[in-house]
Design a protein around this ligand. Structure first.
Ligand SMILES: [Zn+2]
Length: 327
């Protein structure tokens, strides 16, 4: 038996995470190839990130409750698990935060696995179809403590058509195309929790990074930090197109993944100040000393003077390169 099949069979066992029991794959193999793909998309390694997402959403719900006099203080936080896969993140939110959150789980592939996992945890999935007549922000039906919405649609289409306060985004490939719809969908004060998969691409394929994030990178000792900054710069640009600014809440790095949480702010001032954080980086190729170039229109007379190292004076040729833009 080859390893792939073995791993699928292992994933048929029940997994328990934060009180939610679920399967990563279905025992019914009628749709085997696609479900196999789905079981591959599910990652046990993201457990920590799901916990971070839950904690962030919980803080957001607390904050909303504590706002007195606000008209919407009684309404729910609208949360989206955009590439839900097994539905575990959405089910954890519902189970632990109950009626405080209005949960939508979405997946572009077969959603019956999410339905079965919800059933296991005594949660009802209410099917939800995209309606072109609705405008983002239109009120949604109140959700009880044992219901979630389930939408079979591409996350980008869903985010373009509906508004949310919280989005947990785990794209299985590049996430740059999800950023713009996500910032279109997020309301002011909303939070995006974005998982960046496959950090090794920043080391082995700088041309791919240039294509997806419009940024120049090379392999450096601070690769993970650079990856986070490059993604944040792309996020700031994407948000700016929707007249929204961002502030960084936290960045978590674990193995080959990053989790980035950013908060959305209203207005041109917020947009400008978040774009001011995006700059090019001057990087010394000899000692890896680096510094951000000032954001100015005029070229800098002697850029090497910005670096504190003396590699330029002791070596011939161009010792530094310009990377970025990054946060
Ligand atoms: Zn140097």
């Amino acid at each position: 038996m080859d390893n792939d099949v073995k791993s699928v069979l292992n994933k048929e066992q029940d997994v328990n995470e934060l009180g939610v029991s679920f399967k990563c794959c279905q025992s019914n193999h009628s749709n085997a190839p696609r479900l196999h793909a789905k079981s591959k998309r599910f990652s046990v390694k993201l457990k920590l990130y799901r916990e971070f997402a839950l904690a962030t959403l919980s803080a957001l719900a607390q904050e909303k409750k504590q706002k007195p006099s606000r008209e919407d203080s009684l309404s729910q936080i609208h949360a989206l698990d955009a590439y839900s896969c097994t539905g575990v993140a959405a089910l954890q939110w519902k189970k632990l935060l109950s009626e405080d959150v209005h949960v939508t789980a979405a997946d572009h592939e077969d959603v019956c696995l999410i339905e079965r996992n919800a059933e296991k945890n005594v949660i009802t999935c209410l099917p939800w179809e995209l309606d072109p007549k609705r405008v983002p922000g239109d009120p949604k039906k109140h959700q009880t403590s044992s219901e979630i919405f389930l939408c079979q649609a591409d996350a980008r289409a869903l985010m373009a058509m509906e508004s949310f306060n919280f989005i947990y985004l785990v794209p299985h490939k590049s996430n740059s195309s999800c950023l713009e719809p996500a910032f279109h969908s997020l309301s002011i004060g909303g939070v995006l929790c974005l998982v960046v998969p496959d950090l090794s691409v920043f080391a082995r394929a700088p041309h791919v990074v240039r294509r997806t994030f419009s940024s120049q990178v090379i392999k450096t000792e601070y690769l993970k930090e650079m990856a986070a900054r490059v993604v944040l710069a792309e996020a700031a640009r994407s948000a700016a197109k929707h007249n929204k600014g961002i502030s960084v809440m936290y960045v978590v790095s674990q193995e080959d993944f990053l989790l980035i949480a950013v908060r959305v702010h209203r207005g041109q001032k917020a947009v400008d100040s978040s774009l001011d954080n995006v700059a090019h980086l001057l990087h010394c190729r000899f000692c890896e000393e680096r510094t951000f170039l000032p954001n100015q229109l005029a070229p800098i007379d002697n850029p090497y003077s910005l670096l504190s190292c003396s590699c330029k004076s002791t070596n011939v040729g161009k010792t530094a390169i310009i990377l970025g833009p990054m946060w």
